[in-house]
Design a protein around this ligand. Structure first.
Ligand SMILES: NC(=O)c1ccc[n+]([C@@H]2O[C@H](COP(=O)([O-])OP(=O)(O)OC[C@H]3O[C@@H](n4cnc5c(N)ncnc54)[C@H](O)[C@@H]3O)[C@@H](O)[C@H]2O)c1
Length: 375
């Protein structure tokens, strides 16, 4: 198979979907790999490093889409990239379609087989291709929140860890999954007072063990969140309902309960945001204020640390890329039911039910389409 790696063109995105190690695995398995010139530069990977492992360097994205059968990316395709997709393509990347009806319709029109990293599951129903970026985003969430709390940046002017004789800041993490646990671990490490809220009691039990008493775990009822909110300096939103649009865990009316110049970090913004007042922001302009509360809602947080993120992501995606290249989408999904969970759009139909519901288009089970489309 011909595997293509275009440069990421979304604003402030410096990651790349394949490292030289990935090129080596694919070439050794008998595949051809083409990489867009400069695709790895943001992650400190030179074209020559790809070439040394057997990749061909092509001048632009159009050439990569034109040559390759499978396109491996990081972020969802931008409109100019959707225009280059054809029914013969398999697209493997983050898609986050539940929050983007326009992109879903674009991918339906292009006819390609579109597999979303974020809905691929492992044998235990976890999300192996979301997890590495969630680890990174969780750690950044606390760092960014601590920074935004500084007065010159518009925050309350409180140090997360306090000092002897002065109390630490209060941090609430809503959603104690991979993002939430990592955010809490950094907040604990910075010596803040930390509360982690989740609706899954088993998850709260696990977190209680992991934190060893250094953070409080709380059941995330609307009332319990609301009662704690007035004490908080930093609130990190990290909830996820698999494949679906994020539920709102803090509404606009509840902002009035918060301290003036407290900070909200909405990591769930890539699934539509878990605070009612959230809207996507970028690394170059990460925050805005609503009712006296700072909002940080960067949709591609791991993009800020591309050297860490590119390797963390590709360590997880590489086995799937090799499997897709070896077997083609239909057989790879037949052999790997977790990969099949990643198939969101095939031949113009949405094959992932929560996405179909969220964007209000008909749902067609993937088994009815994939062998036909990929044959
Ligand atoms: N902005 C970014 O750059 C970025 C990067 C990585 C991940 N994310 C996003 O972060 C979010 C969290 O990802 P994750 O990997 O931690 O997911 P996860 O599945 O590991 O954890 C989500 C947690 O939310 C909990 N939850 C669900 N509904 C809840 C509710 N109403 N109240 C409280 N808790 C609730 C679940 O029980 C689960 O423990 C996702 O939307 C993901 O797409 C964003």
């Amino acid at each position: 198979m011909k595997v293509g790696v275009p440069s990421e063109i979304k604003v402030d995105e410096y990651r790349v979907a394949l490292t030289p190690a990935g090129v080596r695995e694919l070439v050794d398995a008998g595949h051809e790999v083409c990489v867009q010139r400069g695709a790895g530069v943001g992650s400190a990977i030179a074209d020559e490093q790809y070439e040394a492992q057997g990749a061909r360097i092509l001048p632009d994205g159009a050439a990569v889409f034109g040559e390759a059968d499978m396109i491996v990316k990081v972020k969802e395709p931008q409109p100019t990239e959707v225009a280059l997709l054809e029914p013969r393509h398999t697209l493997f990347t983050y898609l986050h379609l539940a929050a983007d009806k326009g992109l879903t319709e674009g991918l339906m029109r292009c006819g390609a087989t579109c597999i979303a990293y974020e809905t691929v599951e492992d044998v235990r129903g976890r999300l192996p291709l979301l997890a590495p970026m969630s680890e990174v985003a969780g750690k950044i969430a606390t760092q960014a929140g601590a920074f935004m709390l500084e007065k010159p940046l518009g925050g309350r002017g409180i140090l997360l860890g306090g000092v002897p004789g002065v109390a630490a800041a209060n941090v609430m993490v809503i959603g104690g999954g991979v993002v939430g646990m990592n955010a809490a671990m950094i907040a604990i490490g910075m010596q803040a007072t930390v509360y982690v809220f989740d609706r899954n009691i088993d998850r709260l039990r696990e977190l209680d063990n992991v934190f060893g008493g250094r953070a409080d775990t709380c059941f995330a009822s609307t009332l319990s969140v609301e009662e704690r909110l007035p004490e908080m300096d930093l609130v990190i939103g990290a909830v996820l309902v698999h494949g679906a649009k994020a539920p709102h865990v803090i509404g606009r009316a509840q902002l009035s309960l918060m301290k003036r110049h407290a900070v909200l970090v909405d990591v769930s913004i890539d699934q539509g945001g878990c605070f009612e007042t959230s809207r996507p922001t970028t690394h170059s302009d990460p925050t805005y204020e609503v009712d006296g509360v700072a909002h940080y809602c960067v949709a591609n947080m791991p993009g800020a640390v591309p050297i860490t993120s590119t390797y963390a992501l590709t360590n997880a995606t590489m086995p799937y890329v090799v499997q897709l290249a070896n077997l083609g989408a239909a057989r790879a999904c037949e052999e790997n039911p977790g990969l099949k969970m990643g198939v969101n759009v095939v031949g113009g139909k949405v094959t992932y039910e929560p996405v179909a519901q969220a964007v209000d288009v008909p749902y067609v089970p993937v088994d009815e389409l994939l062998p036909v489309a990929a044959a």
